[in-house]
Each structure stands twice: as structure tokens, then as C-alpha cells.
Design a protein around this ligand. Structure first.
Ligand code: GDP
Ligand code: IMO
Ligand code: MG
Length: 423
């Protein structure tokens, strides 16, 4: 059974935790898109791990982890991450971590170009993670990017980097940002590359062999559907296809290899960065931040919080082909008397059950809510779905009805063990 785990909101739904939970019964965990803009938190045996580029399966001893061709990989960032995770006692060997030779390299100046573009946008900025993701994918699509395989040919890579540095410097100088010399970029990139070299391989035949021999494959989505370059709240999105299809194009495994798609969402909604957020609610944000929750795993920024939005989820279930929902952070609503679920948007007097494409329509979208009673008790100690309070089950059932997908898993706390399997 091969499964894609995909985010249904604006990222940070708890994908890392669900991937980690499902890794126990998987053989291979694959990242197919995004880069170290992702921040996936896993809490296992009391230890907290934050992963950016490493697939969450890395925390298990006997699993293969693949960074696929669709990922944009910052070699310096990845080496820092490997060092940090190894410092937490996790071995990262070439047998355990495979990096696609087709993945694109995020170069140091991509991060500065990201900052330059944000500065140019002023109050229209995307609120990116400044990890160089957009500029790196832009180079890929513009056919002037550098892939891991290209780094194996130092002469070619040196010429490509030298040309791109010259072009980047022209832009950076305009914004008084740090410019680069080709030599310093080459030294920095190759220092990191030497650590990564034993892991770099053609991952496609490896994945196909695993598939054909009946191994269980788990695809770890990054970001979320509303950040997808096609389906998200464009232009306030990331630069890749974060939806289920991205796992196939980002790994070289075909759609026929996929058996199920688990869509991960929170029991409420969060968003970090700029862009529309119809159900955003200051009271809920203040409440969750007061509990020390909902601060970004990558940038530490406070996430905006709001009520559950089934307009987004309905659409996300459609475009991802969700076969089961994993609803995390149910415990975040434990204290509330009454809960709101957004069932539609009213835009210019017309009710919409799916999100609009027109960016100005988002600003006029008024959420239509349905109220449900809260459960007003601590769910964090529940060890089975049956133990959940009746109102929590009713909330989850309504969520599933409104989205058109069954509930598969429920999260009642950040720990690996606080994951309940729905009947
Ligand atoms: P990801 O990017 O989708 O992997 O999610 P993040 O790790 O960025 O953000 C999810 C946050 O929610 C992290 O702090 C997790 O530890 C936490 N989390 C995940 N599931 C649950 C849950 O069911 N309850 C609680 N309280 N926290 C959770
Ligand atoms: P995970 O995998 C939440 C957001 C940024 C910004 C927009 C574009 O942890 O769910 P980028 O740096 O990608 O160009 O930024 O996308 N963003 C995320 N928000 N979780 C993420 O990843 C994100 N990755 C990017 O905040 O709004
Ligand atoms: Mg995250």
C-alpha cells in the first residue's frame, strides 16, 4: 500500500507527525517537492525533532529516505540539518538517505534574490521563508538551474555558477543587498557537496525496484494545497506543486504506483506569511499563542489562526483525491464552548462552496459559519478514538461530511503516541 501524505491547508497541518506515525509500517519515505522552507515537527520518545529537508522517516533506524528530483536542495542547509539531527543521536548513512541527482541546487544567492524580491514587493510581499525557494524553482523552469548531477562535473558547475552570480549581483546591488563572488559560492557549495556526495544517486530505479518488489512507499508532502502554485491563493503561494500529483512528478514514481492519499488538516486553520485568510480570528490566535502553540517551525513567526474552513478542505480533497483525512490538533479546541465551521463563502451576495481564482474575490469573501458545541474537556489523554468526547466525534463527523472524505486519523497532542486511528 503506497500512500501520499499531503497538506490540505496552508502548511503546518502536522504532516511530519503523521508521516512519522505511518513510517513504522513503511519501507521508504520520499520527499518530492519544496525545500527547506518546510518545517516538520516530530516528537518521539520525549524528544523533539524539526526536519526541513530530511524526510521524517529518518528518525527510524531501518527505513530508506529519499530526497526526490522535485525538491530544491540547499546543500549548506542540508549539511547543517544533518549535523543537528546526528547531534540528536540519529545516524544518517548513505544507505539510509538517498538524494536524487536530478534535484536542483539552491545556491547562496538564491536566498538573497528571494529577499530582494520581497523588498521590491513592499506591502504586497509574499512573506516567504527567504530560503531561496522561488528563485531556485525559477531557474529550474527557466532552464538555467544547476542540478546535483551537474555538481559532479566541476568545470561545468563553475561556469554555470560564475554566469549566474554575475546576473544575480546586478539585481542584488540595486537593493543594497550582499553581492557574491563566484569563488566564495563555489567554495561554500562544494564544501557542503563533499558531505552529501555519498548520498547522491539516480533514485528513480531504486524507487521503482522498491515498488516492484512490494515495499511500502510513503510520500511526505511539504507545504499545503492552498500554497500550491496552481491551486493555492496565488500569488501568495510557494513555487511548487504541493498537491498529491507533485509527489509523482517529484519522485519519478507514476500515478499507478499510488494506492491512497491521506490529507492532513488541523481541526482549525493556520497560515503563516501574507495572503487571504477568510476565517482568520484574532481571539483564536491569541488563545493558541498564549498556550505557546502555532509558532512557525522554520522561521519562528507566529502563525495566524482561524476557524476550520471547509471551503478550502473540500477543494483540497478534490484536487488531491483524498481517500482519508488525518485531523490533527483536535486538542487545540478543548477549551472552547462553541466552535465555528465555515461551510461556504458569500462573495457579492453569491454563496460559493469552492475557493475563487480571482484574487480580489478573496478580499470580499465573507465566511458563512455553522456552530457546533465544544467538548470542554482535555482530549490529550485519549488513547483511542472511542475515548473522544461525543461532541468531538460529532465535530469530526461533520468535518468529514462537509469535505466528502472519511476520517482516518485524529491527533490529540504532538507526540507520536497521541495519534488515534478512526474506526
Ligand atoms: P508540518 O509542517 O505539517 O509537519 O507541521 P509543523 O510541524 O510545522 O506544525 C504542526 C505543529 O503541530 C507542530 O508543532 C506539531 O508538533 C504540532 N502537532 C501535530 N499534531 C498535533 C496534535 O494533534 N496536537 C497538538 N497539540 N500538536 C500537534
Ligand atoms: P511545511 O512543509 C507553512 C509559505 C511561506 C509563504 C509562502 C511562500 O512546514 O508545511 P516560500 O519560502 O515557499 O517561497 O514562501 O509559503 N510556506 C509555508 N507555510 N508551512 C510550510 O511548509 C511552508 N513553506 C512555505 O510562509 O507564505
Ligand atoms: Mg511546518
Amino acid at each position: 500500500m503506497n500512500t501520499i501524505i499531503t497538506g490540505l491547508q496552508w502548511g503546518d497541518e502536522g504532516k511530519g507527525k503523521i508521516v512519522d506515525y505511518l513510517t513504522e509500517s513503511a519501507d521508504v519515505v520520499i520527499r518530492g517537492q519544496g525545500g527547506n522552507n518546510a518545517g516538520h515537527t516530530v516528537i518521539a520518545k520525549g524528544v523533539k525533532y524539526v526536519l526541513h529537508l530530511l524526510p521524517s522517516g529518518i528518525l527510524w533506524d531501518d527505513k530508506i529516505n529519499v530526497i526526490g528530483n522535485g525538491v530544491v536542495l540547499d546543500p549548506v542547509g542540508l549539511v547543517q540539518e544533518i549535523t543537528r539531527i546526528e547531534g540528536q543521536g540519529i545516524a544518517i548513512t548513505p544507505e539510509k538517505l538517498l538524494i536524487s541527482d536530478r534535484s536542483h541546487v539552491v545556491l547562496p544567492f538564491h536566498k538573497e534574490l528571494d529577499a530582494a524580491r520581497e523588498a521590491a514587493l513592499g506591502d504586497q510581499k509574499i512573506g516567504t521563508t527567504k530560503r531561496g525557494i522561488g528563485p531556485s524553482y525559477a531557474d529550474k523552469v527557466n532552464r538555467c538551474g544547476l542540478r546535483m548531477a551537474d555538481l559532479l562535473d566541476k568545470e561545468f558547475a563553475t561556469a554555470r555558477i560564475t554566469a549566474r552570480v554575475a546576473e544575480a549581483n546586478e539585481i542584488l546591488a540595486r537593493y543594497d543587498l550582499t553581492t557574491f563572488t563566484a569563488e566564495e559560492v563555489i567554495t561554500e557549495v562544494y564544501t557542503a557537496f563533499e558531505r552529501l556526495r555519498p548520498h547522491i544517486t539516480n533514485t528513480i530505479p531504486v524507487l521503482h525496484a522498491a515498488w516492484k518488489s512490494g515495499k511500502t512507499l510513503l510520500f511526505e508532502g511539504a507545504q499545503g494545497t492552498l500554497l500550491d502554485i496552481d491551486f493555492g491563493t496565488y500569488p501568495f503561494v510557494t513555487s511548487s506543486n504541493t498537491t498529491a500529483g507533485g509527489s509523482c512528478t517529484g519522485s519519478g514514481l507514476p500515478p499507478t504506483a499510488i494506492d491512497s492519499v491521506i490529507g492532513v488538516c488541523k481541526a482549525y486553520t493556520t497560515r503563516v506569511g501574507s495572503g487571504p485568510f477568510p476565517t482568520g480570528d484574532e481571539g483564536l490566535s491569541e488563545y493558541l499563542h498564549g498556550l505557546g502553540r502555532e509558532f512557525g517551525a522554520t522561521t519562528g513567526r507566529p502563525r495566524g489562526c482561524g476557524w476550520l474552513d471547509t471551503v478550502l478542505l473540500r477543494f483540497a480533497c478534490m484536487v488531491n483525491g483524498v481517500t482519508g483525512l488525518a485531523v490533527t490538533n483536535v486538542d487545540g479546541l478543548d477549551a472552547y464552548d462553541t466552535l465555528q465551521i465555515c461551510t461556504g463563502y458569500e462573495i457579492d451576495g453569491v454563496l460559493h462552496e469552492l475557493p475563487p481564482a480571482d484574487r480580489s474575490a478573496w478580499d470580499r469573501a465573507v465566511p458563512v459559519y455553522e456552530s457546533l458545541p465544544g467538548w470542554k474537556c482535555d482530549t490529550t489523554g485519549c488513547t483511542s478514538y472511542e475515548q473522544l468526547p461525543a461532541q468531538a466525534k460529532a465535530y469530526l463527523i461533520r468535518l468529514g461530511e462537509l469535505c466528502g472524505a472519511p476520517i482516518a486519523f485524529v491527533g490529540v497532542g504532538p507526540d507520536r503516541l497521541q495519534t488515534l486511528v478512526a474506526p
